[in-house]
Design a protein around this ligand. Structure first.
Ligand SMILES: Nc1ncnc2c1ncn2[C@@H]1O[C@H](COP(=O)(O)OP(=O)(O)OP(=O)(O)O)[C@@H](O)[C@H]1O
Ligand SMILES: [Mg+2]
Length: 286
């Protein structure tokens, strides 16, 4: 057991929605996240799973301070950042980065990869290293991309490569925690396996912590150390991965596990081998 790098406590998020009544547009309050608490341990991966609409992304956005909670607290590295502003918020943003699901919609198609990767530094008013090409090249190599391709545009890359650009951009500010919101969900299985392997190598080499949101429980099993299961805005179960997978306590977790098409053990072994064998220096061309 390591110490938590992030502590989320009793976080609730309410959205006010306006009904579509023809005469009276009634306001109603919808609780998308309801009293959610969890720890992310340093150097480990917390996976968040649950059905569509269960509040995973809303929770992630609150943890990343992209959205304010209605109530509850977010603590990072022992500091309460729930209402951080100015320099404290800026420091938080360097420590916590997000990688989103659709790599293409999160990369500006009219900017070069070099510019995209440097963007978070500029947003935060940080100095971009004078040897920009060298800095970007190192990051690209780190994520398994050819550093000579930094003047290319996102459209010139495959889905897997584009997601690697998103990862390099997240790494540019030197974060300790990376939140991956369905970051591999849109990729083909073999490309997915390589990106997961990359994330694991980065974790090992840089000591990163992850919040990893995914629908696919087979993927979660590969990467998670701990798992939180969400349903209707609440965490219904959380714990060490094997405990959650092997002896699920909540009825909802049992249903979720039962709903995965019966995992073909041979396929699982093949997939695990693929993840273990793929090297990150290999560029993925799929
Ligand atoms: N800005 C918003 N205004 C109103 N309702 C919202 C807003 N953002 C999210 N919601 C609602 O909150 C609930 C949780 O959404 P959220 O995106 O967190 O779910 P999710 O678990 O990430 O789902 P998915 O697996 O489909 O990505 C949903 O019912 C969604 O419609
Ligand atoms: Mg989501």
């Amino acid at each position: 057991m390591s110490t938590p790098i992030m502590k989320v406590r009793n976080v609730t998020k309410e959205f006010t929605t306006r009904g579509r009544g023809a005469i009276i547009a009634e306001k109603s309050v919808f609780r998308a996240v309801d009293d959610v608490s969890f720890d992310v341990e340093a150097g480990r991966t917390l996976a968040v799973v649950g059905e569509s609409g269960s509040g995973k992304s809303t929770t992630a956005r609150i943890a990343a301070r992209l959205l304010d909670a209605t109530s509850g607290t977010v603590e990072f590295d022992g500091v309460d950042v729930t209402h951080a502003t100015g320099a404290a918020l800026s420091a938080f943003r360097s420590n916590v980065q997000v990688v989103f699901q659709d790599p293409f919609s999160s990369l500006n198609p009219r900017h070069t990869v070099q510019r995209i990767i440097c963007a978070p530094l500029e947003y935060q008013g940080k100095q971009v290293p004078r040897k920009r090409a060298l800095f970007v090249g190192e990051l690209m190599e780190r994520v398994g991309l050819n550093p000579d391709h930094q003047q290319r545009y996102p459209g010139q890359f495959s889905g897997g490569q584009a997601q690697r650009i998103g990862i390099a951009r997240a790494l540019a500010v030197g974060p300790k925690l990376v939140i991956c919101d369905e970051a591999v969900s849109a990729l083909d299985v073999s490309v997915q396996a390589r990106v997961i392997n990359l994330l694991r190598e980065l974790q090992r080499d840089l000591g990163l912590s992850y919040i990893f949101i995914a629908h696919d429980l087979a993927v979660v099993r590969q990467i998670a150390d701990t798992v939180a299961v969400m349903s209707q805005g609440r965490i219904v179960e959380q714990g060490e991965r094997d405990a959650v997978f092997d002896t699920p306590q909540a009825a909802y977790t049992q249903q979720l596990l039962a709903a995965i098409p019966k995992i073909n053990p041979e396929w699982e072994v093949a997939r695990a081998q693929l993840v273990a064998s793929e090297s990150i220096v290999m560029e993925d061309h799929s």
